[in-house]
Ligand binder design. Structure first.
Ligand code: O7E
Length: 211
């Protein structure tokens, strides 16, 4: 059963710290992406680190290898434990992120298939399967796969074996936590926790699906 990862897509430092503090006892990691970093700066990683929970940088890095390396180095220098990159730029671009993660003693995850309906246009099916295999070959620690499509998670699991699957899409996007939990290693939950009247209670509800 999976770790619980909070997607902290709030738009101010104050709200980020308040939600993180409330939910912290129930979390295994906090994922931060463009919404919070553009609103509050990369420095937000420092106070969030004080909750003692690993931070995952979700910038879905997608550039040439050199630029990916520079981005990843900034991420790990800021105190993040893991980085998420896109795979569609190719194995050399992914390898750059994996290498930066390895150098920092951290982890790198590759987006294989996304959770929203538009993912069916490009980021699903055969393409997702190729991306998952490439993530394994590049030495990534795992992939991102959709909680909104459990059958696809099973297909991708058959490709990646015991590499990790982090899975967004439960709650607000309609994925069912009970169905997806046995298939994945990390359940990513955003709005269902941070917009809840009581984020601590909401986090506790999802934490019931943890290992
Ligand atoms: O729908 P929510 O509010 O529970 O938030 C889901 C989070 O997961 C949000 O940060 C979104 O950007 C992210 N996400 C998806 O929803 N779908 C995907 O396919 C991929 C991600 C993602 O986090 O990718 C990297 C892990």
């Amino acid at each position: 059963m999976p770790d619980l990862i909070l997607a902290l897509d709030v738009l101010s430092r104050e709200e980020a710290l308040s939600v993180a503090e409330a939910a912290a006892p129930h979390l295994d990691a906090i994922k931060i992406g463009y919404p919070l970093v553009l609103a509050a700066g990369l420095d937000i990683a420092a106070p969030l680190s004080e909750f003692g929970i690993p931070l995952i940088a979700d910038f879905k890095v997608a550039d040439i290898p050199n630029t990916n390396s520079l981005i990843a180095q900034q991420v790990f220098a800021a105190g993040f434990f893991a980085i998420i990159c896109q795979g569609f730029c190719g194995s050399d671009s992914v390898a750059a992120c994996v290498e930066a993660a390895d150098d920092a003693g951290g982890e790198c995850y590759v987006v294989a298939e996304m959770s929203h309906p538009g993912a069916l246009e490009f980021l699903s099916g055969k393409n997702a399967e190729l991306l998952a295999q490439m993530a394994v070959d590049a030495g990534a620690h795992g992939i991102i796969a959709p909680a909104t499509r459990p059958e696809r998670v099973q297909t991708l699991r058959a490709i990646i074996g015991d590499k990790k699957i982090l899975s967004p899409g439960v709650g607000a996007q309609g994925g069912d936590p009970e169905t997806i939990a046995p298939l994945i290693d990390g359940m990513i939950v955003g709005r269902s926790i941070y917009t809840a009247e009581d984020p601590a209670e909401a986090a506790r509800t999802y934490a019931r699906f943890r290992r």
